[in-house]
Design a protein around this ligand. Structure first.
Ligand code: FES
Ligand SMILES: [Fe+2]
Length: 381
């Protein structure tokens, strides 16, 4: 039986100030290194960020190294089957330990060969027996908080942050029938961008630009918004068939058991601060943004399909147009956002009036500003 959502869409969601008075954020929101530094401290190091999918580290000994705003991170599946995250940093003199993805029976530092078990405990430290007072137990890898929701891995540097389900609020209710936990990641790219991290997320939550920037690909779109509870936002681009492929009948069927609301289009969500899950009628793709500097970010784009689709003999052939579309549209967005970043750096740039189609841009600006100290927000005006 389908689980139907109680969330009701609206043409747009608007909060104070009233439509007509609302303006885009001050340019320093996107260009000032002091604002970026405050965002790292008050937002990125205190909130959940996306680290990949459980199927990437399925078996004991599987690992995945990734970069984050807090430094290099290691995901490791232990002998006990437990998935853990650690700082990918040696406890001797801080070399990184592993790179890329792979399989290991223990973790050996490439510098002086300290070695760690898959649960992070220190197993061996050559020559350290001769060092007075040295003991292994306090020198295990430093753990990072990890939670999994529907197959996606989330990390948080803040041990006191609310748990993931509190953060997600009523998001699981709206997209529950997509059953993301039964999907498999089949594709992933990373794009280096010369723009502020917030521009990438804001762009992904408005359809005002799509008829122009994506004229040659997805074209003009219409969307509705949903008021949400929790630290997330959502619009639904209305279309009676999947928009994850361009100009053709979708090669995959509609996900079995999809709710009536979910059949009406593609949800574009933003889980604050840096994650987007886009859920179409036949697949899911993510955008996850890694802030590097005030004007530099890395955009990760990845695609997932229901497991049964991935087992079809012609899966790769059917999936290829999705990958092509995801990459082409992401590059179109990055192209315009890099132009926007250059414009924002002009001393003559000024906040402009927002359209009703910028409702989520305003909501996201307000969310970010609410996390920052008052002197940073006041100093931007
Ligand atoms: S830095 Fe890792 S063993 Fe020395
Ligand atoms: Fe776009």
């Amino acid at each position: 039986m389908n689980v139907e959502t109680t969330l009701v869409p609206e043409p747009y969601v608007w909060t104070e100030p009233p439509l007509g008075d609302a303006k885009s954020a001050p340019t320093r929101f996107y260009t000032d290194p002091a604002v970026f530094k405050a965002e790292v401290e008050h937002i990125h190091l205190k909130n959940w960020f996306f680290a990949g999918r459980v199927e990437e580290v399925r078996n004991p000994g599987d690992y995945k190294a990734l970069d984050s705003v807090g430094g290099p991170v290691l995901l490791v599946r232990g002998e006990d089957g437990v998935l853990r995250a650690f700082a990918n940093v040696c406890r001797h003199r801080a070399s990184i330990l592993l790179e890329g993805c792979g399989h290991a029976s223990n973790i050996i530092c490439p510098y002086h060969a300290w070695n760690y078990r898959l649960d992070g405990t220190l197993a061996g430290a050559p020559g350290m027996r001769e060092v007075p007072k040295f003991e292994k137990p306090p020198h295990g890898l430093i753990p990072i908080r990890l939670e999994v929701w529907e197959g996606s891995i989330f990390l948080n540097y803040d041990d006191h942050a609310p748990d993931l389900m509190t953060h997600l609020g009523n998001m699981p209710e709206l997209i529950g029938s997509h059953r993301l936990g039964e999907m498999v990641k089949t594709w992933h790219i990373e794009i280096e961008t010369k723009c502020n991290w917030k521009l990438l997320l804001e762009n992904a939550m408005e359809t005002y630009h799509t008829g122009i920037v994506h004229a040659a690909t997805v074209g003009a779109q219409r969307s509705v918004s949903f008021p949400t509870q929790g630290e997330w936002h959502v619009i639904q681009v209305q279309s009676n068939r999947s928009i994850a492929v361009l100009g053709q009948e979708p090669p995959f069927p509609v996900i079995e058991g999809l709710s009536e609301q979910s059949r009406k289009g593609t949800y574009f969500t933003v889980i604050e601060p840096t994650i987007q899950f886009a859920c179409a009628q036949d697949c899911m793709w993510w955008l996850a943004v890694r802030p590097i500097a005030v004007d530099r970010s890395v955009l990760s784009v990845g695609g997932c399909f229901p497991k049964a689709y991935t087992e079809l003999p012609d899966f790769e052939e059917r999936a290829a147009p999705y990958y092509k579309r995801w990459e082409a549209v992401a590059l179109e967005d990055v192209g315009i956002l890099e132009k926007q970043q250059i414009g924002l750096s002009s001393i003559l740039a000024r906040p402009g009036p927002l359209s009703w189609r910028d409702d989520m841009v305003l909501a996201m600006n307000r969310w970010v500003m609410a996390q920052l100290p008052a002197h940073i927000v006041d100093g931007m005006a």
